[in-house]
Design a protein around this ligand. Structure first.
Ligand code: NAD
Length: 313
C-alpha cells in the first residue's frame, strides 16, 4: 500500500481530499496538521486503519523529516493561505509557504512523487480579452502569490512533480472557508439581502472543491502521463466570470440588490481569464457548475446558520 503524506490535511482542501483517499482504501494517508482552524474536520476518518493523524508543526524540520522519508507521495497543503493572512504574518508566511517547501524538495529522493496545488493568482492582471495559459507571464500581486510561485518553481524542479494552478475554489468543506469569493458572496447575500461590489468588472476563473479533489485523484492515477507537463491550470472552463456576472448568478437563487461602490478599490488586483486546455487535453475536465455550487451553499448556510460557519482567520 502506498504512503501518502498530506501536510495541512485538516484544512479546506485537505479534509475533503483525505476523505476521498482514505475511503478509496488503496493508500495509507498520513496527515500532519496543527489544527489552526477546525479541530473536527477529520473526526470522521479516525476509525479507518489506513488513516494516521499527527498534530505536528511542519516548521519543526526534525519532526517533519522522518515523515518525508517514508512517503511515496507528498501533497503539501499546509500553508498560510490568502493575501490578507500572509500580509498579517509575513515571516511565518515565507517560512511555511516557501522555506519548508524548499526543505521538503531537498530531502526527496528522485522516485518520490509530489503533487502541489498553487494559485493561478500569479497571473495577476491579465491582458485584456486574452486567456492566460501556463506560459503567460507570472506577475503575483501579493506576498501570498509570491511565496506560492516560488514554491511552485522549487517543486517543478523535482523530476516527479505535478503542480496545479487552482482557480478560486468554491463549495463546502469539513473545514469551511467563507473568505473565498463565491462562498463569501453567497453568505453575504443570505445575511444582508444585498451585495455591494467594488471593481465589479474584475474577472476570475472558478472551480468547485469536488473538482479539485477529482483532479488530484486523477493525477495520482495518471502520474506518469501528467508529470512531463509539470504545471497545469485547474478551473472550470465555463466559469470565467466577472464579479458582476457572479452576483447576477447568485441573484437567480437568492433575491438581492446589487450595488456598486465606485470609490472602493479591491486590494486583490486579480483580473484575468484562464484557459484550462492543457489539463483537458490530458483527459481531465472540471464539471461542477457555479449554479450547483450556489444552490449547495445556500442550503448549507440556511441549515447551519451563518454564524456557526466561520473562517476563524
Ligand atoms: N482554497 C483555495 O482556493 C486554494 C486555491 C489555490 C491554492 N490553494 C492551496 O491549497 C493549499 C490548502 O489550502 P486550503 O484552502 O485548504 O487552506 P486551509 O487554511 O484551510 O488549510 C491549511 C492547513 O494547514 C495547516 N497548517 C498551517 N500551518 C501549519 C504548520 N506550520 N504545520 C502544520 N499544519 C499547518 C492549518 O492548520 C490548516 O489546516 C494551500 O497550499 C493553498 O495555497 C488553495
Amino acid at each position: 500500500m502506498k504512503n501518502i503524506l498530506i501536510t495541512g490535511g485538516a484544512g479546506f482542501i485537505g479534509s475533503m481530499l483525505c476523505t476521498e483517499l482514505v475511503k478509496n482504501k488503496k493508500f495509507n494517508v498520513i496527515v500532519l496538521d496543527i489544527l489552526n482552524y477546525d479541530k473536527n474536520s477529520l473526526n470522521h476518518l479516525m476509525g479507518y486503519d489506513n488513516f494516521f493523524f499527527h498534530n505536528i508543526n511542519i516548521l519543526n524540520k526534525k519532526k517533519l523529516l522522518p515523515f518525508i522519508k517514508k512517503a511515496d507521495l507528498i501533497i503539501p497543503l499546509a500553508a498560510l493561505v490568502g493575501a490578507p493572512l500572509c500580509e498579517k504574518n509575513k515571516k511565518l508566511a515565507i517560512q511555511t509557504n516557501e522555506k519548508i517547501i524548499n526543505f521538503t524538495v531537498k530531502n526527496l529522493k528522485k522516485k518520490q512523487r509530489i503533487i502541489y496545488p498553487t494559485t493561478n493568482s500569479g497571473y495577476g492582471i491579465g491582458a485584456k480579452d486574452k486567456y492566460c495559459d501556463e506560459n503567460s507571464p507570472l506577475n503575483p500581486v501579493s506576498l501570498y502569490g509570491v511565496t506560492k510561485n516560488k514554491a511552485e518553481k522549487l517543486i517543478s524542479a523535482h523530476p516527479n512533480s505535478i503542480c496545479f494552478r487552482l482557480a478560486t475554489v468554491f463549495g463546502y468543506s469539513f473545514r469551511m472557508r467563507t473568505d473565498l469569493l463565491v462562498n463569501n458572496l453567497v453568505k453575504e447575500s443570505l445575511e444582508k439581502k444585498k451585495l455591494t461590489l467594488f471593481e465589479p468588472h474584475f474577472r476570475r476563473n472558478f472551480v468547485h472543491i469536488s473538482d479539485v479533489v477529482r483532479a488530484i485523484m486523477f493525477a495520482i492515477k495518471n502520474f506518469n502521463s501528467l508529470k512531463n507537463g509539470k504545471v497545469y491550470n485547474l478551473g472550470l472552463s465555463t466559469a470565467n466570470y466577472t464579479k458582476l456576472q457572479l452576483a447576477k448568478k447568485i441573484n437567480k437563487y437568492i433575491p438581492i440588490k446589487i450595488l456598486v461602490d465606485t470609490k472602493r478599490k479591491d486590494p486583490d488586483k486579480r483580473d484575468y481569464f484562464v484557459s484550462n486546455d492543457k489539463i483537458e487535453k490530458k483527459g481531465f475536465k472540471c464539471y461542477k457548475s457555479l449554479d450547483e455550487g450556489i444552490i449547495e451553499l445556500k442550503k448549507i448556510y440556511k441549515i447551519n446558520g451563518y454564524e456557526k460557519i466561520k473562517n476563524n482567520y
